[in-house]
Design a protein around this ligand. Structure first.
Ligand code: SF4
Ligand code: SF4
Length: 223
């Protein structure tokens, strides 16, 4: 809504130095000034009210939509790499910074033998993630990529999700990503049940070994 200011046309013009002095004193003793100062002091002394963080000791948690250094994803159930080497990301990249090498695998299928991104040229536009039909290349939240040289490469081994960290693989929720209820449309394969069964038995074994360890520690303490 537009704000209108009322001009007091009858206001007496302050001309003499004495009048100016009196006006300054009045303004200084105004309660608005004191209450403003009290507010500022209160906010300054409040605990945990800092708008800044102590970087690099402290870091803020970034959203999944943040477009930082890329990640190459795996399938959760089969642990295979999602990238099929179609080359769409390489073609769409407006900075021409993606390079990939493919070869024929032992099983007769195309294999991505190497994949690199020149992070010095990348402008983090997200086109590669958006065009990828397999949701294989996505943006991660790793933003600390300062380097001594401008041409700084992320190679496949750096950005591919390690198998032991697969459980923490996070999907990019930005443009081109899967919708939130995408899992409801996927039919699980027999392989899924095998993998889940194996993981459950591994988890139960590790849990039981943990319990045994706890018990032993407790007994040792009691002694
Ligand atoms: S984010 Fe943009 S510039 Fe960077 S690799 Fe992907 S398409 Fe290329
Ligand atoms: S668009 Fe996706 S699947 Fe195709 S080569 Fe790039 S990362 Fe691999």
């Amino acid at each position: 809504m537009k704000k209108y200011y009322v001009v007091d046309e009858k206001r007496k013009l302050i001309l003499t130095p004495y009048e100016k002095f009196i006006r300054s004193v009045k303004r200084c003793l105004n309660t608005d000034l004191i209450s403003g100062l009290a507010f500022i002091i209160n906010e300054t002394l409040k605990r945990g009210n800092s708008a800044t963080i102590k970087y690099p000791m402290e870091k803020i948690k970034l959203d999944n939509r943040y477009r930082a250094v890329h990640r190459l994803q795996r399938f959760i159930e089969s642990e295979n790499e999602r990238c099929i080497g179609c080359g769409l990301c390489e073609k769409i990249c407006i900075s021409n910074c993606i390079r990939m090498e493919t070869k024929l695998g032992d099983d007769g299928r195309k294999l991505v033998s190497n994949y690199s991104i020149n992070l010095g040229r990348c402008i983090y536009c997200g086109f590669c993630a958006e065009v990828c039909p397999e949701l294989a290349i996505v943006h991660g939240v790793e933003y600390e990529n300062a380097a001594e040289q401008r041409s700084y490469f992320a190679h496949k081994k750096d950005i591919l999700t390690p198998i032991d960290n697969l459980i923490n693989q996070v999907e990019f929720e930005g443009a081109g990503s899967l919708r939130a209820d995408a899992d409801d449309f996927v039919k699980v394969t027999p392989n899924y049940y095998d993998v889940m069964k194996a993981r459950e038995s591994e988890a139960s074994i590790s849990n039981s070994s943990d319990t045994k360890e706890d018990k032993t520690n407790k007994e040792a303490k009691d002694v």
